[in-house]
Write a protein that binds this ligand. Structure first.
Ligand SMILES: [Zn+2]
Length: 304
């Protein structure tokens, strides 16, 4: 069978266009199939090509091994009970809202009965925002670490409630910024963070933490002495702008810092938006595609 969709998204669709293109469950279904299998059905079990479609149940049966599957099976939307139209709107709102959306706002906008459903759906979409890490940072890269979380804004360091040490790296492109990455890290893991996210032989500009020292064999390491916050802002301006913006975004959009076990998914979301801020053309399809490539995460797993 042939899969097709009449929607070719080369730019951000307006709300009117989006509503028109995805007006029915069938239109959403066809589009989901086209995004998941752009070159035609691929059997998830043995990678066979070709399937019969069981229309009434929206299931695909592999022509070779008879394995039955749905378009969302094995993805982060696995066994989701909500209509596809609601799912499409949720992905559209998350992808196109410049500052993201809270679970409460998503619940109100899409008239979702329970807050828990909206919260879980949002975390599923957020897990699709995890970076593929195919593009490591290179050139001049500023690296620093910060504590995120906790209810008391003034307290920092190990003693503070729920505060997580987060390593941050940002590419410096002349007067502009390139891509960025975050990672939870202990003080001893900061060097490993750089090795994971920054191309070897790049210039790494950072502070005097001892755990960066061993990077000097593989990177052009420039460890600055930061005597005060003002001096840190002056010597590592880009990474500090990213840190300030991340904290302001968490407080502004969600009213509080996320619990430590959820923080990485929020940082993934910030990273996703930041690294695509100049490439918004088909952001809905990109996020939908990422969600289809991401394993399911359930409410029990999120809260366990
Ligand atoms: Zn098969």
């Amino acid at each position: 069978m042939q899969f097709y969709t009449d929607v070719h998204m080369t730019r951000v669709l307006s709300i009117f266009e989006f509503q028109k293109h995805f007006a029915t469950e069938d239109k959403c279904f066809d589009h989901l199939v086209a995004v998941r299998w752009p070159d035609g059905f691929k059997c998830p079990k043995y990678n066979h090509s070709g399937a019969y479609i069981i229309k009434a149940r929206k299931l695909f049966q592999c022509k070779s091994c008879k394995h039955q599957t749905s378009v969302t099976a094995g993805t982060c939307f696995h066994r989701l009970r909500q209509p596809l139209r609601l799912l499409f709107w949720a992905v559209y709102l998350v992808a196109t809202n410049k500052k993201g959306i809270s679970a409460l706002e998503l619940q109100r906008k899409l008239d979702i009965r329970s807050y828990q459903t909206a919260w879980t759906l949002l975390h599923k979409i957020r897990s699709g925002m995890t970076s593929s890490c195919l593009f490591l940072l290179s050139g001049d890269v500023e690296v620093d670490e910060t504590y995120i979380g906790g209810s008391r804004s003034g307290s920092t360091g190990r003693g503070a409630d729920n505060k997580q040490l987060v390593a941050v790296a940002v590419e410096k492109l002349g007067k502009k910024m390139g891509r960025n990455y975050f990672q939870h890290a202990s003080k001893d893991e900061l060097g490993a963070f750089v090795k994971e996210y920054v191309t070897k032989r790049s210039s790494v500009i950072t502070d005097g933490f001892p755990s960066y020292k061993h990077l000097k064999d593989e990177y052009n390491l420039d460890q600055k002495k930061l005597y005060s916050p003002e001096r840190a802002m002056e010597l590592l301006p880009n990474v500090h702008i990213v840190i300030t913006n991340t904290k302001a975004w968490l407080r502004g959009t969600f009213n509080r810092y996320p619990a430590p076990k959820h923080l990485k998914r929020y940082l993934n979301e910030f990273e996703f938006r930041f690294n695509r801020r100049w490439k918004l053309d088909n952001i809905f399809d990109k996020l939908l595609n990422r969600c289809l490539l991401t394993n399911n995460i359930t409410y029990a797993e999120l809260t366990g």
